[in-house]
Design a protein around this ligand. Sequence first.
Ligand code: HEM
Length: 272
Amino acid sequence: MNGLSGTGDERLTYSGYLHLDSVLAAQQPVAEPGCHDEMLFIVQHQVAELLMKLLIHELREACRLLDTNEGPSCVAVLDRIDRVLAHMVDQWSLLETLSPASFAEFRPALQNASGIQSAQYRIIEFLLGYKRPHVIRCFSPQPEMMALLREASEAPSIYDQFIRYLHRQGHGMPVTGRDGVLEEDDALVRAFRDAYAYGASDVRDLCDRMASVAGTFHLWRARHVQTVSRFIGRAAGTGGSSGVSFLNRTLQVRFFPELTSALNREPAEPAV
Ligand code: HEM
C-alpha cells in the first residue's frame, strides 16, 4: 500500500495515509480456546510500542537540538517526551480492568514472549544514558534491530548531550561523559546545582524538564511492577526472569542521577 485510495482515484485517503489495513490487521490473539480479554492485552502492548517509537523519535530530536546549541527549543521537545511518558503511565489504569483470573487463562499461550524482549525499550534506556551493551545480544536473530540498538548504544545519550551543552554554555561541568556510569559523581552534582542557581532561565527549564522525564519514567516502572505483582504474584516471568523481584531491582536504576540529586537534595550545611 502506498497510502493512495487504490480505486483509480489517486487521492490520499484516511486509512491509506495511516496504513490502517496493516495496523488493524496486527491484533492476532493466540490463546486456544479464545479469551475475550486477550485483545486488551495485545492492544495495550501495541499502543505502548507505538508511544515508544514516538519517544525514540523525540529523544533523538532533543539530542540533536542540544548538540547544535538550541537549548531553548529543546525545552518543548522534553515537555513532549514527558507527556508521552505520562500517557504511558496512564495506560496502566486500562490494563487494571483485566482480572488476574482472566490473565491466567491466556498467559500460557504467551510461551516465552515477554516485554524484556522489547528492543525499543532498550533503545530508550540507551538514549537516556543507561547503557549495558550485553543486553543487545538477545537480539542477534534480528540483524536490523541489532544495528539500531548498536547505533543507540554508541551515540551520546541525552544526558551526555545535556552535560556537554551546559559545558559549552560556560557552566564548567567537571566531566562530560556519563553514559553507562552508575556511581554518582559529587562534583557533577555541585556543577548542576550551580548551573541551576546561576544559569539563564532556559538552563533551569531544561534541568526541570530532564528531571521530570526521569521521574515520569520511574513512575512507569513502578506501575509496571505493581501491575505485575497483582497479576502473577511471586511466579517467574514468561521471559525467564524471577518476575517481581527482578523488576523491583530495575526500580533502583536512576536516569540522570547527578542532575536529580542536585535538584532534590539541599546543599550540605557548611562545617562550623
Ligand atoms: C499483565 C501485564 C504484564 C505482566 C504480568 C508483565 C510481566 C512482566 C515480567 C514478569 C517481566 C520481567 C521479565 C520476564 O518476563 O521474565 C516484564 C518485563 C517487561 N515488561 Fe511487562 N508485564 C505486563 C505488561 C507490560 C506492558 C503493558 C508493557 C508495555 C510495553 C510491558 C513491558 C515490559 C518491559 C519493557 C519489560 C522489561 C523491563 C526491564 O528489563 O527493565 N509489560 N514484564
